[in-house]
Write a protein that binds this ligand. Structure first.
Ligand SMILES: [Zn+2]
Length: 206
């Protein structure tokens, strides 16, 4: 669910305050429009109340579904190069998780798959230590399957959904700008590559 970005410099306090207000207003505006869209049977329906907003130490953004809370990192917000479009797109993405009707299932599946990686990794290490190379190879194959197939299968759909929700909420150019600022070119078990997300966002129905 999280989006991360790099950078170390910090904006002036007044600018940080303005950006926090932008986050609050963007949540309010998008939620108001999303609730309204349920009348027309549009795709951006929400099953949850308007989420709370917290500012944290961590980078990027995160939606915690159990608390119904969007968390935005102050370091992310404080980076001087950050644009209003990127901030609005980040809020739109996290609200995409909030509005996703399959979010809970995806989180449970993805969380379970990720939790398997710890015992599997330990099993690989112990197998090597005790020279059980056949067992180590088998465990490594299962670990690779979990990291490269199972977790992406459980998690990537939610990220594409959230990006498409953000496109409908704030426009494709803002979302593409946000994805271009992530500072990574590679996929992870939980997130597709930014390039693939950009391609997907550009095809979103608005
Ligand atoms: Zn996400």
């Amino acid at each position: 669910m999280g989006l991360r970005s790099g950078g170390n410099a910090t904006a002036q306090p007044a600018e940080l305050t303005r950006r926090k207000t932008l986050c609050e207003n963007t949540i309010r505006d998008i939620c108001a429009r999303t609730v309204a869209s349920t009348d027309g049977g549009g795709p951006a329906q929400n099953p949850r109340p308007t989420p709370a907003l917290h500012f944290t130490e961590r980078r990027g953004g995160y939606y915690r579904w159990k608390a119904n809370r969007i968390e935005i990192g102050e370091k992310y917000l404080g980076e001087p190069s950050r644009t209003d479009d990127e901030i609005r797109a980040l809020i739109g993405h996290e609200l995409g998780h909030w509005a996703d009707p399959d979010l809970v299932r995806a989180c449970r599946l993805g969380g379970t798959a990720l939790a398997l990686t710890v015992p599997l990794g330990l099993a690989v290490m112990f197998s090597i230590v005790f020279s059980a190379l056949g067992v180590a190879l088998s465990m490594f194959a299962i670990l690779t399957f979990v990291m490269c197939v199972l977790t992406p299968w459980a998690s990537w759909g939610s990220e594409f959904y959230a990006d498409q929700f953000a496109v409908r909420a704030v426009g494709s150019e803002a979302v593409v700008e946000l994805l271009g600022s992530l500072g990574s070119r590679f996929p992870s078990p939980t997130h597709p590559s930014p390039a693939r997300r950009v391609a997907h966002a550009r095809t979103a129905r608005v």
